[in-house]
Design a protein around this ligand. Structure first.
Ligand code: FES
Length: 99
């Protein structure tokens, strides 16, 4: 019992994926136990997060390519074509962010 030692206890976590910062020409890895937001902040991307739970949209970040798994509850379907909330959202594969 109690053998759940992986990242599944974090609802924002799924598999690892890569994010390419187009303006910075940097590729970063987002591990299953990290949020995309934490990786972007560590890289120096200027984001001012709010709720950290996908509800406020303060962290919304533009992306230009990628199969995003949207987990927020604030962006509209139209917004989601160009923006993601990195505090909760992830990707199925490499994504390209305008940062
Ligand atoms: S910080 Fe609120 S939606 Fe990401």
């Amino acid at each position: 019992m109690g053998g759940e030692t992986d990242a599944r206890s974090n609802p924002a976590a799924t598999d690892d994926f890569e994010v390419y910062l187009a303006w910075s020409d940097m590729t970063l890895r987002v591990r299953s136990d990290q949020t995309l937001l934490s990786v972007l902040l560590e890289a120096g991307v200027a984001i001012s997060p709010g709720c950290l739970t996908g509800g406020c949209g303060e962290c919304a970040t533009a992306y230009v390519e990628g199969d995003v798994i949207h987990k927020d509850s604030c962006l509209s379907a139209v917004d989601r074509e160009r923006f993601l909330c990195p505090c909760v959202s992830r990707a199925k594969s490499r994504i390209v962010v305008a940062a």
